[in-house]
Design a binder for this molecule. Sequence first.
Ligand SMILES: [Fe+2]
Length: 367
Amino acid sequence: MLHTKNLDLSVEKIAVYTLLVFLMGLGTPEWSRGQQSVDTDKVITRIAFGSCAVQDQPQPIWESVNSWKPQLFLFLGDNIYGDTENMDTLRHKYGLLADKPGFQKLRKQSAVLATWDDHDYGENDAGKEYPEKEASEEIFMDFWDVSEESPVRERPGVYSAQVYGPPGKRVQIILLDTRYFRDSLETRALNPVQRKLGYGPYAATTDSSRTMLGAQQWQWLEKQLEKPADLRLIGSSIQVVSAEHGWEVWGNMPHEKQRLFDLIDETGASGVVFLSGDVHWGELSRYDGNDYPLYDFTSSGINQGYTEVLYLPNQQRVGPIVYPYPNFGTIEIDWSSESPRVKMMLRDINGKPVLKRSLSLNQLKAR
Ligand SMILES: [Fe+2]
């Protein structure tokens, strides 16, 4: 029932209220809409990606990203630090990202595709239990300009995929959702030395009923991997290959990680490279137990760093270095030779490469 008896509807009160709403609106930034898109038949040669962008701190790195002129920019999560169950607050924080001139320029000149991680989903390290996930998803869809007709809007979660380019030059972008369906994580007690060295609180679970992606997303992923593509970039908000530091990684659910690797072999999907974020450092890891080497190229963050990583182990690191300051990743594809080449570079705040690796697509095929 609507209670109206205590409402004072005098003209003065309404005028004051209207003025207040107007003034509050002045503090709420407009979302930048109408971002650039790329035709799906276009040959893709330049892709950049990044993650972890604190919206109320400067983000000078966009200048370097924009100078590099990516056709596609993949935002791999923690795109804002929402951390709230209040959807007005979440919307406001997205607005602060939209207000950044560098980010506005990026959206004008590059197609930006996104998935989320815990902080833009809504809560630190959250999984399926986060109570506002449906409302948060709606805000995500609006902010990232996901088309009203897109199947991504129809289903729970924000996972998506797109293939660009003609046969022989096809790039498939797969962006996973590691939050909406994710079961709880196992925690562990850290000793004082581990705590001092910057280890995380999570451990590998032995409970194989826990899921990272959920049944529907697994089925969907299998179908995507069966589609023809020459290079497949699988964006996962959290690291896929590195597993020893105790922060959020696929290795916290070893059975799900193995399922992912097995699915790549079983579908015969060639050309897979994982892209990941979340951790506040950049590095390159490689898993050699599959039909071909699986690289995990981590870039994090846009304006975040974690110098403690210098003490953390990662036996799969092929770097050779780990970079603990703000960074972004670039992927250049040279389609001109018979065996196309993929050049991966981690770049610092000035766009200077700090890590380089060049691969032939022939190296990303079962022998
Ligand atoms: Fe995260």
